[in-house]
Design a protein around this ligand. Sequence first.
Ligand code: ZN
Ligand code: ZN
Length: 102
Amino acid sequence: MLELRPNCENCDKDLPPNSNEAMICTYECTFCTSCVENILENVCPNCGGNFENRPIRPTKARRPNVSLHYQLASKTKVQTKFTEQEIKTFAGNIKFISPEDR
Ligand SMILES: [Zn+2]
Ligand SMILES: [Zn+2]
């Protein structure tokens, strides 16, 4: 189950559970669409994988005990340990490799 982390790991933009701007890699490293497109270039600085839009967990329990109100979003902010330059350098070579070949 996804943690649904609350912010962009790079620019700290708020990414609430219903955000359309949250993107995640398979490890759930979480960034905003702007950072993924303009800085990360679709390369996760932590794992080298690609990003997809984070799905939105329904607020209404359409099955018993299954909704955002039962499985809460994380409130723990995560901040990248890499500088923007380190991120761009890391992405520089990897971005040319399609995700299925990384
Ligand atoms: Zn961001
Ligand atoms: Zn990652």
